[in-house]
Design a protein around this ligand. Sequence first.
Ligand SMILES: Cc1ncc(COP(=O)(O)O)c(C=O)c1O
Ligand SMILES: N[C@@H](CCCC[NH3+])C(=O)O
Length: 421
Amino acid sequence: MTPFAYREQGLCVEAVPLTRIAAQYGTPCYVYSRAALEFAFRNFDGAFSGLPHLICYAVKANSNLAILDLFARLGAGFDIVSGGELKRVVAAGGDPSKVVFSGVGKTEAEMRLALELGIHCFNVESEAELYRLNEVAGGLKRRAPVSLRVNPDVNPRTHPYISTGLKESKFGIEYARAFELYQVAQGLPHLVVRGIDCHIGSQILQVEPFVDALERVLELVDRLKAAGIRLEHLDLGGGLGIRYRDECPPDLAEYARRLAERLAGRGLKLLLEPGRALVGNAGLLLTRVEYLKPGQTRHFAIVDAAMNDLMRPALYDAWHDILPVVPHQGSARTWEIVGPVCESGDFLGHARSLALAQGDLLAIMSAGAYGMSMASNYNSRPRAAEVMVSGEQVFLIRERESVEALYALEHLLPTDALSAS
Ligand SMILES: Cc1ncc(COP(=O)(O)O)c(C=O)c1O
Ligand SMILES: N[C@@H](CCCC[NH3+])C(=O)O
């Protein structure tokens, strides 16, 4: 599936040239391909067709309503980590009964909302959360469906900031305590034990860590079964990596086969929470070169997108391919691709060999996941617009913010308060 290709008018998304999108919607602008999103979901879902399963898209990767709507129509469930994400799922037409709620800090209000909407399961991350959830559910005269998110202590072999399944991590319940806490959960009157959950990290490029985690979790499933605690589902979280540069992510069929092998004959429904794998390569960030600033030691191309739009390079030193929308014949130079934000860490790419002129458009690739969803208004920069391409059509799915909207919630101190000091 190649939704991005060079044609006569330069780089296109499906049938639409990026030059047209820039002219109509301005830059910076996130551009997604509907075909790529649908393909990614169907492909992932299809790989597990031999097993009872539910793909719960991790909303945090990209929470635009149009994307949630698309996945909901394809039958997705959703993995959420806040009341805000739950409200987005509902606003997009998602089915709350296919929602799992992860996260270490669920508030009472978030629990209440999720119980009232009837979500599928809470992935509980601590003993204290079990007691709080029991109380909140009791207050609503309901029983809360729960899984314990177990920390299997396996190394996902990824960036340390996005490893979550090691015992040093704040996530999940310590493996050694999980059995005992299942017994606690079983004894609490307003909880129903439904399943078991783990999530070991993100951008994982081998199948082994998933298999190791699954085996650890299955050991626990067996011990629980022997103690009379039967589970309906096993949620293995998300984390499957994608190609940003030259990575070789695991083949989906192989990933599915290795998991299915270990789950065979157990009667457990498999839940998965992919984020990046469904949206990462379906989107790009379109930006324009504002200035070229060649120097003695380094040459800077200053573009109109910045770390507030795409934080991954600044935060993880992450690589995103940067392509010229209309390639030049001119000779290439090595450029630092940087934004206008007042931070030395504000870069989108180091040492990129490109033939550039002021005013050129660039496409920052593989920006569909953790791009817009991690954007901020730092330096009072309005967040970018988002559009979705479908064949020859372009749909605006999020307007560019206005600068006024950025301070609309703020208040000046009243004059009398100022004169009193
Ligand atoms: C609990 C949980 N589920 C799912 C995901 C999605 O991860 P990814 O986008 O790597 O698939 C994350 C993020 O790492 C997460 O924390
Ligand atoms: N935000 C990260 C992934 C974190 C996953 C969330 N648990 C990234 O951009 O790669």
